[in-house]
Design a protein around this ligand. Sequence first.
Ligand SMILES: Cc1ncc(COP(=O)(O)O)c(C=O)c1O
Length: 404
Amino acid sequence: MSDMAVTRELFDQVMVPNYAPAQVIPVRGQGARLWDQQGREYIDFAGGIAVNCLGHCHPALVSALKEQGEKLWHLSNVMTNEPALRLAKKLVDATFAEKVYFCNSGAEANEAALKLARRYAIDNFGPEKTQIIAFTQGFHGRTFFTVTVGGQAAYSDGFGPKPADVDHVPYNDLAALKALISDRTCAVVMEPLQGEGGIISPEPAFVQAVRELCDQHNALLVFDEVQTGVGRTGALYAYMDLGVTPDILTSAKALGGGFPIGAMLTTTRIAAALKVGTHGSTYGGNPLACAVAEAAFDTVKDPAVLNGVKERETWYREGLEAINAKYGCFGQIRGKGLLLGCVMNEQYQGRARDFLLAAMEEQLMVLIAGANVVRFAPSLVITKEEVAEGLARFERAVARVVNG
Ligand SMILES: Cc1ncc(COP(=O)(O)O)c(C=O)c1O
């Protein structure tokens, strides 16, 4: 087994072709740095797509994993366990929520949220109240329900009949939402900052108005904080800075700091609709996942870490503005906290991927969000030196693209 030649070619031989991974295969990570099979070092501004909130192999997470790994790995939900209960209590204490449901990914957290919203509406208001309103360019995961609620039909087309009664309006378009919402609406689902859709912030007044419309029509407001949650925007959850409280919130990605876990948070009144047997997951609330997530949550919710995110945002913005002043390829640098996007200007339309590939050549990992945005979602505790070194590499990558 250990003699096997593990190469990128092996991926094409043995893996389902739904991904097109980079040519390099990282084998080790520490903080905001990664090393590949050849020992080449990279700075990681991608963070496993906003997952590695404390970088790679953070000592608090490694220690929680090792400790729990020698105690208890798995029970299933036939029994509960201490790490799950501790984590749930901490989530409840730190947020609007009174109840928590654990699962393994963002899509599963959203699937639970959508099923809960439907069941709550049907139980309390009757069988006609099933409409779900979501936003174009939104992203909520890849299960058939969540991908249908997501705002890019291309991701849900071609799989046969879709879950019904799901409608979309443009993000930040209050008039469109007003025209569509009615007493038949069971939920409005939104990211409090669209991530995959291109790092698009909502207007605070828009979010406030969405809340009011939901209240008028007895519709639940679901915030998908899978990407924005657990410190990413500088608040523990983005809703806290927006001053609008959702009825259901979903969290995943950074929640486990790299260990798969998802959570759906809600109130006691709404949670009551998921009675015994209505929903579940074998692995949900797995002790290993919850032990690591507890360590991540304890570390991130420290005000010093959250304030550090805002400070790091300044380092990035200043560095990126300086690069743009020299090379003039970005129309805008947007986002919040450490979820930032450089938007291609007219001249570079559709070329975000060229910047990602050039960055990889310069030993820097970045993300894109659509064809026009280079996205950064690094460790929330990335050091000043790592940011400076990464930005120097990004500047060289930009020069490569600009100079052809
Ligand atoms: C806002 C949002 N929701 C849901 C998901 C899906 O999460 P997962 O890939 O863990 O299922 C993502 C993933 O990118 C996301 O950004």
